[in-house]
Structures are given as structure tokens and as C-alpha cells.
Design a protein around this ligand. Structure first.
Ligand SMILES: Cc1cc2nc3c(=O)[nH]c(=O)nc-3n(C[C@H](O)[C@H](O)[C@H](O)COP(=O)(O)O)c2cc1C
Length: 235
């Protein structure tokens, strides 16, 4: 399964079988996490036994039934791009899990006291991702019209349209889709976060999908001012 196929197949799954993920797949997840952590300097962690991360009281509000395992998204508090990076790299992992036949659900609502996670000094846990074998494969979410989430000054090249299509399939907290993707005259692509619950994490996820769809690499810039403007070039 390619990343594009994984994007089409992925939906949030909130009911899981109690089966543990097989050792060979756990090993592959660990390897992928190692690769992503090396690149991003995040501290993503796979936790085999989610324990009471998704407890009953929270379940009632979030609709997420307890999952067997969990991915904890941890990183340095001092990193100004922490939330966005968590979204971008966490979604890479989510799509990888999908290629392994697993299901996931990003979960902002979880028990921070009960999650058996390692948080080093100077780090914080941003969000969790439930993972396991779903009772179902989830369902398509409703999407905003293309003109509400994208703009282009001139013609819309095919690569841009493909990026937008994949961005609309991205998971966002409460399905807000509160972002704008603009194709500028100089050919660069500007991503704007329009706010809301976990908006920076959402934006990182959207960038991950756009990049896969467009086939063009988004350059991460260091400066805060240009944070929303990424130059886009062929990968
Ligand atoms: C940052 C983030 C936080 C989320 N938090 C929760 C949550 O706490 N509980 C839940 O059931 N779903 C949560 N979701 C899943 C969204 O509701 C879901 O992605 C959205 O409705 C779109 O549906 P889809 O993922 O099936 O495409 C979250 C998603 C994101 C991206």
C-alpha cells in the first residue's frame, strides 16, 4: 500500500479489538519511530499497553473506546514548532500504521495522568494516538468546499490540486479543517492556520498530506516570521 492509498484508506477508528499488535509489526513501528525521531528530534513513543489512557469517563465525551496500544507524542517544550512537527511526523506514523493494516485515532482527549509515557526534563506530551486493530475501518468525513480552504492567484497546476485533495482527507480535531492553502505568484505555497482546537497539530498533519499529494517537498524554515510560508520544490 502506498502513502496515497493509505490516505484514502485511513479514517479515525474509535472501537478496537482487544488483540495485541503482532511482534513483527511492533518491531516495524519501533523502527519507523526511530527514523522519525532522528529526523524531527521529537520523542514519539509506542506504548504497547495503553492501560487506562482512554478511561471510561473520557470515553463518554470523546466517543473513543479504549484502544490496546497508544503512541505518545512528546517533544521539547522550547521548540517553537513543536505542535506542528508532532502533526507532521505523527501523521507519517499514522499512515505507516495504515500500510501495516492497523487503525488509529488521533486523540487530544486522554488521561494525562494514566498514560504510561516517558517525559524527560524540558519535554511535554502534546497529544496521543490510539492504535490497534479496529472493529471497523471508520468512515469518510465531511469536507469543506475546495474554495474555502485554498486560493491561487493564477492557474491551479495539477500538483497543487492533488495536494489540496489529499489535504482535505487529513484528520483535523473535531474535523475543523480550519486552514488555508494558498498558491502564491512566485510558486511558493503558504499554509495559514485559522485557529481552533489543536490548530498547529492539525496544520502539521495537513502539510504532511499536501506534501504526499503534490509530490513536492515542503522545506521547514527556522524563522518564526516565515513559519507559515514554506517554499515548495520538487522532491
Ligand atoms: C489533533 C487531533 C485531535 C483529535 N482528538 C480527538 C479526540 O480526542 N477524540 C476523538 O474521538 N477523535 C479525535 N480526533 C479525530 C477527529 O475527530 C477526526 O480526525 C475528524 O473527525 C476527521 O475524521 P477522520 O479522521 O475519520 O478523517 C482528533 C483529531 C486530530 C487531528
Amino acid at each position: 500500500m502506498t502513502e496515497i492509498e493509505a490516505i484514502y484508506a485511513r479514517h479515525s477508528v474509535r472501537n478496537y479489538k482487544s488483540d495485541w499488535i503482532e511482534d513483527e509489526k511492533v518491531e516495524l513501528i519501533h523502527q519507523k519511530i526511530e527514523e522519525l525521531n532522528r529526523e524531527s528530534r521529537l520523542h514519539l513513543q509506542y506504548i504497547e499497553d495503553a492501560g487506562k489512557t482512554y478511561n471510561k469517563l473520557l470515553n463518554r465525551t470523546s466517543g473513543l473506546n479504549s484502544a490496546p496500544s497508544v503512541i505518545a507524542c512528546v517533544g521539547k517544550e522550547s521548540d517553537p514548532d513543536l505542535d506542528e512537527k508532532v502533526g507532521y511526523y505523527g501523521e507519517k506514523l499514522v499512515l505507516y500504521a495504515q500500510t501495516l493494516g492497523l487503525n488509529t485515532c488521533w486523540a487530544g482527549i486522554f488521561s494525562r495522568k494514566k498514560i504510561p509515557v516517558e517525559v524527560d526534563p524540558g519535554e511535554k506530551i502534546v497529544i496521543s494516538i490510539a492504535i490497534g486493530y479496529g472493529e471497523n475501518q471508520g468512515q469518510n468525513h465531511r469536507s469543506k468546499p475546495i474554495d474555502q480552504i485554498s486560493q491561487a492567484t493564477g492557474e491551479r497546476p495539477e500538483w497543487f490540486e492533488r495536494g489540496i485533495e489529499m489535504a482535505l482527507l487529513a484528520p483535523t480535531a473535531m474535523n475543523q479543517q480550519s486552514f488555508m492553502i494558498k498558491l502564491c505568484e512566485d510558486g511558493s505555497v503558504e499554509f495559514t492556520d485559522k485557529g481552533g482546537f489543536f490548530s498547529k497539530v492539525n496544520l502539521g498533519i495537513v502539510k504532511c498530506h499536501f506534501e504526499i499529494g503534490s509530490g513536492r517537498k515542503i522545506e521547514w524554515t527556522q524563522t518564526r516570521i516565515r513559519r507559515m510560508k514554506r517554499s515548495v520544490g520538487r522532491s
